[in-house]
Design a protein around this ligand. Structure first.
Ligand code: ZN
Length: 294
């Protein structure tokens, strides 16, 4: 009998799990993997990004609404989900940038903020964890903090000397970073859209692309999950305040996405199992073989 594989995806806000790695999670759920999303903050300082819901009653109840949206999204993805309970830092805007609000997630001490995640890791006992890279993948202070606490928890969870009050040690075998937006992917989708005689939503984005910040070279792992792109989109739409259903996310026809870039991509950032050097197609490569029942 083989032990059930477990995947933990750590995200900053409710909705991030549906825009980064969602099809991967849905695929693994369908294969019988236990998947848990850990959401660091409640998204209390998020904007209302859907013009149809940009109303005072929505703004006033945003925290509750986002909890309900998250409940809908996790049901669609078929994942378990836990909140760490930190408060959204908000995306600072302006020049100069305003200070972050007191008590927010990004102002926490990393070693302290990692403890509830260490506890979650020791309870769920994931073989694989995913998070953002050191840039956050997107310059939001909560995304950068999410990266920092994820790395800290990955490194501490297996050490019985650290966080002794957070449960018996458990060491995940691999940590991956999402590599969602590479120039190669956007170019492939852009060309696919043009070949179909449609207007590309990516022309300007690509024209202004900063090659020095492109992360395509860092991709170690491409998980084929095109069959689950529609599930990903359904989950994303469940976060109705956070996504404009008429926006850029949904402009590239599904068949073009499935044909021209049928994977979600990752960088293997930490690994306790050996890897061959070839591009992987499975987050559990090297783990499946050894995850036997104990
Ligand atoms: Zn976010």
């Amino acid at each position: 009998m083989t032990e059930q594989l477990r995947l933990m995806a750590v995200h900053a806000h409710p909705d991030d799990e549906s825009s980064k790695g969602a099809a991967t999670m849905a695929k693994y759920v369908a294969e019988g993997v236990a998947v848990q999303v850990v959401t660091c903050t409640g998204g209390e300082r998020g904007s209302v990004l859907n013009p149809k819901l940009d109303r005072p009653d929505v703004w006033e109840n945003i925290a509750e609404i986002r909890r309900a949206e998250m409940a809908a999204a996790r049901a669609i993805l078929g994942v378990d989900q836990a909140w760490l309970g930190f408060v959204d830092s908000g995306l600072p805007e302006g020049d100069p940038l305003p200070p972050l609000p007191a008590g927010c997630f990004a102002l926490q001490d990393v070693a302290v903020a990692a403890e509830p995640l260490v506890k979650a890791v020791r309870e769920f006992r994931p073989h694989v964890m995913t998070t953002y890279d050191e840039t956050g993948g997107y310059p939001h202070p909560d995304h950068i903090m999410c990266h920092q606490v994820s790395v800290a928890a990955f490194e501490a969870a297996g050490d019985p000397e650290r966080y002794p009050a957070a449960g018996p040690p458990w060491q995940p075998r691999k940590l991956y970073y999402h590599m969602t937006f590479s120039k190669a992917r956007l170019t492939a989708l852009h060309e696919g859209v043009l070949a179909a005689g449609l207007e590309s939503p990516y022309a300007e984005w690509l024209a202004n692309w900063d090659d020095s910040r492109d992360r395509g070279e860092r991709i170690t792992t491409r998980v084929p999950c095109a069959d689950y792109f529609p599930v990903r989109d359904d989950a994303l739409r469940a976060h109705a305040t956070q996504v404009d259903p008429d926006g850029r996310w949904f402009h590239v026809p599904m068949e073009i996405q499935q044909q021209f870039w049928p994977t979600e991509d990752y960088e293997l950032a930490r690994s306790l199992v050996e890897r061959s050097g070839a591009i992987e197609d499975d987050l559990f490569a090297g783990i499946r073989e050894s995850a036997t029942c104990r």
